[in-house]
Design a protein. Sequence first.
Length: 168
Amino acid sequence: MESKSEQVYSFFSKGDVVGFGQIFDNFKGMIFEAITEVDVYAIKKLELEFWLSFPENTPFIYYIMKRFGTHYYLKSLLSLRTKSNVLPQSIYNLCFLLETNINELDFVKFPKEFTQSRLMEYSTLSQGGFYKHLDILYKAEILSRDSSGITVNMKKMRDSYPNMHFHK
């Protein structure tokens, strides 16, 4: 039986560590789904502990925790927004995960796997609310769509939603 997620927690990029666990762990409520080709590595716990015991591998631990923290932080921002600002915040989040220098970019192109239905799942909005706010973004020309996917006009996004601007 194939399960379908009702909510996307985050989109991970190349090199991200999605989680730790033992092979037979039961991740209740979590389904790990790949929408592109991925590599999955199984590393024995003892080997990982041994590898991480060397001081020169400390940056690896920092990288993992920083990436986890980024996803948690971005997702938490959605709960701080009014319903009318949840979708723009979701789009900002995904742009930031793709391109950390979004403040310097005019446009961000989503990979074709970032479909409207995936965006709705990530935003946690109801279907009606999602399409209402999506229509607003298309009419404001913040979003555009062609056969290769969705493009975000970052300049218009920053002008329309200045409070969602990420500062480094």
